[in-house]
Design a binder for this molecule. Structure first.
Ligand code: SF4
Length: 425
């Protein structure tokens, strides 16, 4: 049969869908990834993290149910985080779906008792051939007050180093050149295996995989940050001078209420240490604005922090009250309009900071990987840019370029979130 796997949510879901696709292909089935492509069965890998994401998932399910009524698809299976959180409600509200499968029920959906999401190294890539994600663990041992992930994905489970090296080599053999390491928290990798943080050891092992030119680290948790990974980053050119380290806030009282551990002094010191140890590193962070009880003073403190820390890449979210999370009982007292105002304050300040960084790149030459060809430009990214979340480089079409290849690009122009340039001969 032909299976259409539709993936919503985060990059961890992308990897899960690719693992499931490999299992189906081993059973002789065909797999397609574009929503709506002709197929016998649709599998929707949902997100259940926050309101907007849940709505998107439910809309996709209802759309596929409609296609089934019009006999465009025979069966619909729904999996992923939305099922984990709301299976009983889904069974009641959308009975037309042929099967709702929790993470520990995927073996049943796949008629393979042995199947485990973290138990295999085989994947059918759904991203452009030259880049992908390597999920080094699933679940999370932290208890951030606003977060539903531990409820959905459970405790951290790390994938052993030999399996990850094998998986990375298989990706390289498929033509992958760029890999984003992902988890709920990279820095805790291995604690469930050996009782110690083993990320540096894993990074050393992955650096030996032939064919991978860029490796980027996403989702590192500030508290107990394993600074030894910075030495590995300096020792191996494959590791991009890039680090995603969500800090969420800077006010000590808010960090305490968020159960993030650590305080503003620790975070300031950590950022200084990282920048000293890896000169020229691009730091990405994520912030939450409008958390219950956040005063105007604490918001101003956050703005002052952004100005001082000067993150090269920054994303922000307005607080979303989530059922069964430790913060749920705090309510959601900050008005939507105030949250939006504070969000806009943050992003306006970041736009200025980002423009200043980009203007420093004008007149320099940067290594760029080409992702797509558009009408007027080739579009690519530097080592400081991950797909879908960071900046882009628009390259003039002076000569034909190959998707997935690296080029030296002379930067000629900068805007807040993009660079423009020409390929150096
Ligand atoms: S580290 Fe905190 S925010 Fe991140 S997944 Fe774990 S509990 Fe959620």
């Amino acid at each position: 049969m032909t299976f259409n796997i539709i993936t919503l949510g985060c990059s961890k879901n992308v990897v899960d869908s690719e693992v499931i696709a490999a299992q189906l292909q081993k059973q002789g089935h065909q797999v397609v990834y574009e929503s709506g492509e002709k197929s016998d069965v649709v599998i929707i890998n949902t997100c259940g993290f926050i309101g907007d994401a849940r709505e998107e998932s439910i809309n996709e399910v209802l759309m596929q149910v409609d296609r089934k009524k019009r006999r465009q698809v025979k069966k619909i299976f729904v999996i992923g985080c939305l099922v984990k959180r709301f299976k009983p409600d889904l069974l009641e509200s959308v009975p037309e779906v042929d099967g709702y499968y929790n993470f520990d029920e995927l073996s049943e959906m796949l008629n393979n008792e042995e199947f485990q999401l973290l138990g295999t190294t085989d994947r059918i890539l759904s991203t452009p051939r030259h880049y992908t994600y390597l999920k080094i663990s699933e679940g999370c041992d932290h208890q951030c007050s606003y977060c539903s992930i531990p409820l959905i994905r459970g405790k951290q489970v790390s994938k052993p180093i030999p399996m990850l090296v094998e998986e990375m080599q298989k990706l390289a053999d498929q033509g992958v050149k760029e890999v984003m390491l992902i988890a709920q928290d990279l820095t805790y990798y291995g604690v469930d295996l050996t009782g110690k943080q083993e990320l540096a050891k894993l990074m050393e092992a992955l650096a030996g995989v032939k064919g991978i030119e860029w490796i980027r680290l996403h989702y590192t948790y500030p508290l107990n940050f394993p600074t030894e990974i910075l030495d590995v980053m300096n020792a191996h050119p494959q590791y991009c001078r890039y680090l995603d380290i969500p800090v969420q806030h800077i006010s000590d009282d808010i960090l305490k209420s968020m159960r993030r551990g650590g305080n503003s002094k620790y975070i300031h010191q950590l950022i200084e240490t990282i920048r000293e140890k890896v000169p020229g590193i691009a730091l990405r962070t994520t912030l939450i604005t409008g958390y219950p009880g956040e005063t105007l003073e604490q918001h101003k403190e956050l703005l002052a922090f952004i100005k001082k820390a000067r993150f090269e890449r920054l994303g922000a979210f307005t607080y979303s009250q989530e059922e069964h999370t430790p913060a749920y009982d705090l309510g959601d007292p900050i008005k939507k309009s105030v949250k939006t105002k504070r969000y806009n304050d943050i992003m306006k300040l970041q736009e200025e900071i980002s423009l200043a960084f980009n203007e420093e790149k004008v007149g320099t030459t940067m290594k760029v990987i080409v992702d797509v060809e558009e009408e007027d430009f080739y579009v690519g990214r530097t080592e400081f840019d991950s797909p879908d979340v960071d900046n882009l480089v628009f390259i003039s079409k002076d000569r034909p370029l190959t998707i997935g290849e690296f080029y030296s690009v002379a930067i000629t122009e900068a805007t807040p979130y993009d660079l423009f340039g020409i390929v150096k001969a």
